[in-house]
Design a protein around this ligand. Structure first.
Ligand code: ADE
Length: 249
């Protein structure tokens, strides 16, 4: 997958993107990240990228010109089928909420373009005539879209086949199944008198799978009951949740 990131602050990215799994994914050729400085596409001696808003009010608004030029220079051939489908995503608190489902949707694309907003926002004509999608990573306001872009790159990259060690390592993630994940344990068997649950040491695969499922259901019921409304649940799951609700588990 190829991800272009347009930002006024490209230096914010390398520290995070060039470590650990994302570093390996890039070295293995599974992921290419290209950073582009919007200022490089601004005209005039001072390469101005933002100006005060028409109508007054505080803050600065990103000008449309440099953003259109930057995007158009990256996608010079708009007729090509890949480019016609290319998501051009503006990161903004006004966008649609980013979820695991959206990450899965974006992971299907060969290429993404992420546009990081700054200051009070971007000129409305960028929204209306250039971007194809707007995404928010949560109901809070950041100083810009850069962290949001990194969040999206991270969540999407780990869904690309081959990026995580084991092919199925992302399948049981919290949210991937519609439920929160249950607890994990590793050695030692007893730590400060707290022991690993017996079932996990039993070697009985079916019992372990059932226990894990029940733990995931319990955790979701306790912490995010809203997720149970949309999760895929078996009859056995529903029976267990009934017991939980009745206080019998
Ligand atoms: N830019 C500022 N706040 C943001 C948010 N919550 N999500 C995405 N981009 C943003």
């Amino acid at each position: 997958m190829h991800i272009d990131i347009l930002t006024l602050f490209p230096e914010m990215f390398p520290g995070y993107l060039n470590e650990s799994i994302l570093k390996r994914a890039q070295a293995a050729g599974l992921l290419q990240i290209e950073l582009h400085n919007i200022r490089d596409y601004a005209s005039g001696k001072h390469r101005v990228t933002d100006e005060p808003p028409y109508g007054g009010g505080g803050g600065m608004v990103l000008k449309p010109g440099p953003i259109f030029s930057a995007v158009e220079s990256l996608i010079s051939n708009r007729q090509s089928p890949t480019v016609a489908r290319l998501p051009i995503i503006l990161l903004t608190p006004q966008g649609r909420p980013f979820t695991q489902k959206v990450a899965q949707e974006l992971a299907q694309h060969e290429r993404l373009l992420l546009l990081c907003g700054r200051y009070e926002g971007v000129d409305e004509r960028v929204r209306q005539h250039l971007v194809t999608d707007e995404i928010s990573i949560g109901d809070f306001v950041l100083t810009g879209g850069e962290l949001a872009a990194m969040v999206i790159v991270d969540a999407v990259a780990r869904l690309i086949p081959g990026v995580l060690g084991a092919e199925d390592a992302a399948e049981d993630d919290s949210h991937a199944t519609g439920l929160l994940e249950g607890p994990h344990y590793t050695r030692p068997e007893t730590f400060r008198s707290w022991s690993v649950p017996e079932v996990l040491r039993s070697g009985h695969a079916a019992n372990i799978a059932r226990w894990r499922r029940e733990q995931a259901l319990r955790r979701t019921w306790q912490r995010r009951p809203d997720l149970l409304l949309t999760a895929e649940l078996s009859d056995e799951d529903r029976w267990f949740l009934g017991k939980l609700a009745a206080g019998e588990r």
